[in-house]
Design a protein around this ligand. Structure first.
Ligand code: PLP
Length: 397
């Protein structure tokens, strides 16, 4: 799209908060999307870990169409069946016993933070409100969520931040021990730090967080907004470690592209949010829930998670092979289909090289290649990515 037609289209009217690639995506099907000129791309982003079951999955499209003919929205003044059914599916397939629905990841984190404060105040007194978070974490863009986020780049210019947050380095049990105390209401972490660079937390660290929280009566909150819904090869990433939280935040892939967030908790914890304490007009609306129900059914009733593990290990194996030829690769890491390649030096042209080759991928600052493909990804698409990366290697050496 040239600048003139972009202006006519209204691109100039969109707030300039994103540095966008100069392509306009019109259509998607499975692992592919097409731009306005008909060029086809393999999507290794899934719309940032959202369309995990592929674009326009026929069964999800069908579920949404059926619900769209019935009821879009009625508010939470009344019960709806799709919301109840989704809540039951989430509870049956996790440690959870109650679910609060909202519309995004940041809101799911916000609800968890409010829940932790309420729980802290009511079980241990008004001074118990502090949330321990990790350096390098990412929890969303509301004021409380950027305060929880352990990266100054998201906070600068928005001060004063919210009171009562403290940060420790990931995988540092000693620092966690020192930070935890009477004021600690909760420990909030991503089992694999996503936006922070795909950094897995060690099982021992997750277990230590659980033990410390149990000792002082604090909550463990896992932000599984990116790692959840099968992305790492299990329904939820904490299952790999065998460490169970008290509260879990979900969003991104929950409805495969429709906006929904969920805060899942144990009954005795969620009981601290009674009528009137928290709310969301759109939260858990029937249309998004209809999509999410189908997502949950596909994830739990088919062998798709086995596929995530298989394709994930093939992707990782091929990238590790490439790293033997390409000394600029520092590390290949991740789990399932949440994989990253860290480079020794930045490659600012890598993202546009991949776009030219018909591949969409996330390449923050040219230093990291983040791969979050749909679970339907085939070996041939992975091979295509590897060919494009190898061409780039030869060009840049
Ligand atoms: C994306 C993300 C969020 C924020 O989700 P939004 O829907 O953009 O508000 C929070 N936490 C994690 C781990 C995420 O990956």
């Amino acid at each position: 799209m040239n600048n003139d037609s972009g202006t006519r289209m209204g691109f100039d009217c969109i707030a300039n908060t994103y540095a966008r690639f100069p392509i306009t995506i019109q259509r998607g099907q499975g692992v592919f999307v097409w731009d306005e000129q008909g060029k086809k791309y393999v999507d290794f982003t899934s719309g940032i870990a959202v369309c995990s079951l592929g674009h326009c999955h026929p069964q999800i499209v069908e579920a949404v169409k059926t619900q769209a003919d019935r009821l879009f929205h009625i508010s939470n003044l009344y019960w709806t069946e799709p919301q109840a059914k989704l809540a039951r599916l989430l509870c049956e397939n996790s440690f959870g016993e109650k679910v609060f629905f909202c519309n995004s990841g940041a809101e799911a984190v916000e609800a968890a933070i409010k829940l932790a404060r309420k729980f802290g105040h009511e079980t241990r007194g008004p001074d118990c409100y502090e949330i321990i978070c990790l350096r390098g974490s990412f929890h969303g863009r509301t004021l409380a969520a950027i305060t929880a986020t352990g990266q100054p780049v998201y906070q600068r210019g928005f001060e004063p931040l919210v009171d009562g947050f403290t940060h420790v380095p990931p995988n540092n049990i000693h620092a966690l021990e020192l930070a935890a105390g009477e004021r600690t209401a909760a420990i909030l972490l991503e089992p694999i730090l996503g936006e922070g660079g795909v950094i897995p937390l060690e099982t021992a660290f997750l277990q230590a967080a659980r033990d410390i929280a149990d000792r002082i009566g604090a909550l463990v909150i896992f932000d599984e907004i990116q790692t959840g819904m099968g992305r790492t090869g299990n329904l939820f990433a904490h299952e790999h470690a065998g460490v169970t939280p008290d509260v879990m935040c979900l969003a991104k892939a929950l409805a495969n592209g429709l906006p929904i967030g969920a805060t899942v908790a144990k009954d005795e914890v969620m009981a601290h949010l009674g009528p009137g304490t928290h709310a969301s007009t759109f939260g858990g609306n029937p249309l998004c829930c209809a999509a999410a129900i189908r997502v949950m059914e596909i994830l739990t009733e088919t062998d798709i998670l086995e596929r995530v593990r298989q394709q994930g290990s093939y992707l990782k194996k091929r990238l590790e092979e490439l790293s033997r030829w390409w000394p600029d690769i520092r590390e290949v890491r991740g789990r399932g289909l949440m994989v990253a390649v860290e480079f020794q030096r930045p490659f600012p042209d890598l993202a546009s090289h991949l776009i030219e080759k018909g591949i969409l991928a996330i390449v923050p600052q040219g230093r990291l290649l983040r791969l979050l493909p749909p679970f339907l990804i085939e070996k041939e698409h992975i091979d295509m990515l590897l060919t494009a990366l190898d061409e780039f290697r030869q060009r840049s050496s």
